[in-house]
Design a protein around this ligand. Structure first.
Ligand SMILES: Nc1nc2c(ncn2[C@@H]2O[C@H](COP(=O)(O)OP(=O)(O)OP(=O)(O)O)[C@@H](O)[C@H]2O)c(=O)[nH]1
Ligand SMILES: [Mg+2]
Length: 219
């Protein structure tokens, strides 16, 4: 399920303690020495939907952020409807890590939300197991390009609806239909600020990706 990627600047997507065991034969083998699996996950979606917030909320390490101040000039370009308090935007990526269970960690890569950073996406998506597409029902159309991107490349994804305060609640079936998703693509309501909520989204993604990979291997 994990796919290796050779980018020397980013963490490996798979790690193994095998080499260490060979060079330190006297060290007793403990469960912690079991080969660990690290999977690469993208957190994508439209501008200001809460990608940086989600990566920061779930990460067990201090998240890496590449935020720049939004300028007055950008206000005419970027739709701040619903996130008027927003003062910064991601210009390269967010990075965080979460351990889902012993031996399984996820490396999280948050994408930039502004259209002018599309050129970074192929690099960020390289070797990813799957993606979370964050959506805001007040601006649902903003997540169409992300959905389209992952569908075209056959990258498993879930849609996580970030329930902003004041946003009307919609049934997940309705959101799934509005986005014209495959019926098996999970749609989950979440709060990007809550660790447990974000973790549930990530677990749903790993389970969904596992099912898809198993089905692809059988077909
Ligand atoms: N009320 C509420 N505010 C949120 C929530 N998630 C994020 N915010 C706020 O919404 C704004 C946008 O959050 P970000 O995490 O920066 O969004 P982003 O998707 O990373 O934005 P870009 O990188 O610029 O595309 C910030 O001001 C957050 O404090 C949420 O679930 N509820
Ligand atoms: Mg961001």
């Amino acid at each position: 399920m994990a796919s290796a990627h050779s980018d020397a600047t980013a963490p490996p997507t798979t790690t193994s303690t095998k080499a260490m065991k060979q060079t330190t034969p006297t060290k007793p083998v403990t469960p912690a020495d079991e080969p660990a699996l690290a999977l690469k996950i993208l957190v994508a979606g439209g501008f200001g939907v809460g990608k940086t917030t989600l990566v920061g909320a779930v990460s067990e390490i201090r998240p890496l952020r590449t935020e720049e101040q939004l300028t007055e000039a950008s206000r005419g370009v970027d739709d701040l409807g619903g996130v008027e308090q927003k003062t910064t935007t991601t210009v390269a990526m967010d990075f965080g890590r979460i351990t889902i269970r012993q031996g399984l960690s996820l490396y999280l890569f948050g994408t930039p939300g502004q259209d002018r950073f599309w050129f970074l996406w192929d690099e960020l998506a390289h070797g990813a197991l799957g993606a979370v597409v964050l959506a805001d029902t007040r601006r649902l159309q903003d997540c169409f390009p992300s959905v389209d991107y992952f569908e075209r490349r056959g990258i498993p994804f879930v849609v996580a609806v970030n329930c902003f305060t004041g946003a009307r609640k919609h049934a997940v079936e309705r959101i799934s239909r509005a986005l014209d998703l495959e019926t098996e693509t999970p749609v989950i309501l979440c709060d990007a600020r809550e660790r447990d909520s974000g973790k549930k989204v990530l677990i749903a993604l790993v389970e969904h990706a596992s099912r898809l990979h198993a089905a692809r291997m059988l077909s």
